[in-house]
Design a protein around this ligand. Sequence first.
Ligand code: G3H
Length: 261
Amino acid sequence: MSLSNDHWSPLVKSKVAEVLADTSFAVPTTEFSSITSPDATFALAIDHTLLKPDATSAQIDELCDQAIRYKFKSCCVNGANVGQVFRRLEGSGTITCAVIGFPLGAGTTAAKAFEAQDAVKSGAKEIDMVVNIGALKAGNYALVYSDIRAVVEAASTTVKVILETVFLSDEEKIAGSFLAAEAGAAFVKTCTGFSGGGATAADVLLMRKSVAYKSGVKVKASAGIRSFDKCLEMFKAGAERIGTSSGAAIMESVQVAAGSY
Ligand SMILES: O=C[C@H](O)COP(=O)(O)O
């Protein structure tokens, strides 16, 4: 069903006003709220990520082996690496995650939907797509929604929507979160890490507040997360997934500090 900007504009306006007026929001308790060490629960919050354009197949294998060793939730990679990752992770509990429309979000909806379907066919169990940032900033909510909805329908699996917060005002972060939740996304996610900026507790909290009305929709904090303490900060703000290219370094640093490595 295609819904017009006339449909979305008043709904977005009212969601923005509601979220900005809510000054007493309490972050819901999650399985990650009480983490104090890099235990098995912590590992299940980590999307172990390698998205650099020059990543070699040897580096992709290393990413997978680290994820298996630390029992991370997923390996998050570009489409061309999805098949390799899926095969390398077979038999482990770690799943394959693919990025779509990455990192600009500016491709066509049809291309994003095809990319998502192709990634799922190659073994991806989760899809991280970049929102149409320009459309969001222009108030073209119909396009933002239909772009996300097409990927959700094509993927038929968990979809996370990257807002790329570095480009957005608070009002636009709320609008993007709301439209993602309406379109059936499982997560809203902060940043790609490729356009500057990075995850902040304030943004995670704002996004958490924005999707709180929709049961089950979660927040993924990503980009610039390089320490265990920063992960804890993200959990406290309401994040239930962390995207980081520093997962192995975080585990090693905490284990060194504890004298067990
Ligand atoms: O989606 C995840 C990010 O690209 C990872 O960013 P990072 O390299 O700053 O950890």
